[in-house]
Ligand binder design. Structure first.
Ligand code: SF4
Ligand code: SF4
Length: 219
């Protein structure tokens, strides 16, 4: 007979399935250096995300800052050490993690709607934020949704609209890396994930040839 769980057995399933979104209370973890900016990335408004509460994909209704996830095959939160089955910041983990009890979601549901920070709350440098604003204005997901919807009717011109945004996103990242020495993780916090990766949410895939040539194919 299966006995219902009533405490955490540290199986790590929750840490391997996703990573926490930061709430305002978690900003202290950044100030104290427990979590670094390079450990985070931005989910931009309109980006396709998995809602783990309802177990479905949906468009982000607002900007959010999340702890990065591993790209390797086991995936999961970057603070989870698979071999040791432990969280390296357990004593100071974000509030979503403290509230998460897989046998009872009530505490998590109480925490989830609380105030969440956006890029402006974690990036102090006004020059960097000016780049983020410029990028957001040009590469807003609403533009991509509009072009993607128009492909069937407008064909080539809608595809060209998407390619232009992909090129802009690619070159701004390149510019920031070369001139301000921003690494990949820092760029993912400043600008969100590269459009060449998130374009998959529209059922499209980018094939890149050299520095300047981008082609779109259907997944
Ligand atoms: S909260 Fe549940 S899923 Fe997460 S580590 Fe504990 S027992 Fe495992
Ligand atoms: S911060 Fe720690 S507790 Fe939270 S998901 Fe990551 S590894 Fe798990």
């Amino acid at each position: 007979m299966n006995v219902p769980r009533d405490h955490c057995i540290r199986c790590g399933e929750c840490c391997l399935s996703s990573s926490p979104t930061l709430h305002t209370e978690d900003l202290d973890l950044l100030r104290e250096g427990i979590i670094k900016k390079g450990d985070l990335y931005t989910v931009r408004k309109g980006e396709l995300i998995r809602n783990n509460i309802h177990g479905r994909l949906e468009l982000a209704s607002r900007e959010m800052i999340k702890v990065r996830e591993r790209l390797e095959k086991e995936g999961g939160c970057i603070f989870y050490v698979h071999e040791e089955r432990k969280c390296t910041i357990y004593e100071r983990r974000p509030v979503q993690c403290v509230a998460l009890k897989c046998w009872d979601t009530s505490e998590f549901m109480e925490v989830y709607p609380r105030e969440k920070p956006c890029r402006r709350d974690v990036i102090e440098d006004p020059l960097l934020m000016a780049f983020a604003d410029k990028h957001e204005e040009r590469c807003n997901y609403s533009h991509l949704h509009r072009y993607a919807r128009a492909i069937e009717l407008a064909g080539e011109s809608a595809v060209e609209g998407i390619l232009e945004l992909l090129r802009y996103d690619f070159h701004m990242r390149r510019f920031l890396a070369e001139n301000l020495h921003l690494n990949r993780n820092e760029a993912d916090l400043l600008l969100g994930r590269p459009l060449t990766e998130t374009i998959g949410m529209f059922g499209l895939k980018v094939v890149q040839k050299g520095e300047k040539e981008f082609f779109l194919t259907i997944i």
